[in-house]
Design a protein around this ligand. Structure first.
Ligand code: SAM
Ligand code: SF4
Length: 335
């Protein structure tokens, strides 16, 4: 099959070559911005994709031009069959990567290396142990912190994701940037986004502009270097002169990168979401289990993709709770 000819192009001319697969709705942390305090209703195990189904669906996407697959969740590493999932997916011609909270990643160094995974996105929202406990509702700071150092020592390319929340960790922006002084990591500040049950409101969000105000106050102009962003990059990248690492801002709220969006998302129960913010889903797994072809509904879902943020194309719409509360919690989408 010619992958180029089958490319998943939407009605706005965007080609979709990047698939994020959520492996589980479970997690060993309980981040307040990601899941509601009383948890989420978990899908019964029989409704989740098996590793064979993950592979079969992924293969179809690869035949339609997907060249990058990122595994996410929930926490992808809590899934028992993660080694076999990695082994199966690494046989496909894709760049395979993972987003993890890193709590138990030290147990998987060998498996990750054996399957060619060398780029990792690790979530860490605070460099302060007690704040970490507050935001994640768990006491795992030391493990995550030590594991970031371990991953770098083991030669992985690490990006650290920090969701910024006003009055909580915005006073750590410069500490995070100083964290990149000797460590070759990219710290990415993520604007807090609205999902079901996360009590989002615009006033809690720290914007791209506000991050840069902190940066401009802390460093002299000539030392702040704007880096070139990769194609389809969701982040605006910078570094401080002579620092080993870099930093970036992911401004999905104030400055969405929808024009160059090339992403599709598959939830752990096998539903395709054409946009992180979209409340509509296409159930690929049920169809796959009946033995019918899933390509037509993949194409239809891609065609139906809105131009901007699942149809919430203005900040006014984004602030309407009835619009974003129809969407899932982030933990069951897969970030
Ligand atoms: N458990 C893994 C982790 O935390 O890296 C993977 C799943 S998590 C849902 C993926 C990413 O989504 C994380 O970097 C997390 O910070 C981000 N995320 C979750 N909820 C968010 C929100 N409301 N706004 C912005 N980013 C969010
Ligand atoms: Fe778990 Fe990641 Fe969500 Fe935190 S952000 S609760 S680590 S899935």
């Amino acid at each position: 099959m010619n992958r180029e000819q089958n490319i998943l192009r939407d009605s706005h001319g965007r080609d979709h070559a990047y698939l994020r697969i959520s492996l589980t709705e479970r997690c060993n942390l309980r981040c307040t911005y990601c899941m509601p305090a009383d948890g989420v209703q978990l899908s019964p195990k029989s409704h989740l994709m098996t590793y064979e189904e993950i592979y079969d669906i992924a293969k179809i996407f690869v035949n339609h031009g997907v060249t990058k697959i990122r595994l996410t969740g929930g926490e992808p590493l809590v899934r028992k069959d993660i080694p076999v999932i990695l082994e199966k997916l690494s046989s496909l011609p894709v760049e395979l990567s993972i987003t993890s909270n890193a709590v138990i990643i030290d147990r998987f160094i060998g498996v990750l290396k054996a399957n060619g995974v060398n780029k990792l996105n690790i979530s860490l929202d605070s460099l302060d142990e007690s704040k970490f406990k507050h935001i994640t509702r768990r006491h795992e700071f030391k493990k995550v912190y030590d594991n970031i150092y371990l991953l770098i020592k083991e030669g992985f390319k690490v990006k650290v994701n920090a969701v910024l929340i006003k009055g909580f960790n915005d006073n750590e922006i410069i500490d995070f940037i100083n964290f990149t002084k000797d460590l070759p990591v990219s710290v990415r500040f993520i604007e807090f986004m609205p999902f079901d049950g996360n009590k989002w409101d615009m006033s809690k969000m720290v914007s791209y502009v506000e991050v840069m105000e902190y940066v401009n106050q802390a460093f002299v102009k000539n030392d702040i270097i704007r880096l070139e962003d990769a194609p389809n990059d969701t982040s605006k990248n910078y570094k401080i002169k002579d620092y080993a690492g870099s930093f970036a801002i992911i401004s999905s709220v104030t400055n969405p990168f929808c024009d160059s969006c090339n992403r599709l998302r598959l939830t752990a129960n096998g539903h395709l979401k054409n946009c992180l913010f979209s409340s509509s889903e296409s159930d690929l797994l049920t169809l796959l289990r009946t033995g019918k072809p899933i390509e037509p509904i993949i194409q239809k879902a891609v065609q139906a993709k809105f131009k901007v943020r699942g149809g919430m194309d203005t900040l006014e719409k984004l602030q309407k709770p009835d619009l974003h509360s129809q969407n899932r919690s982030m933990i069951t989408i897969g970030g």
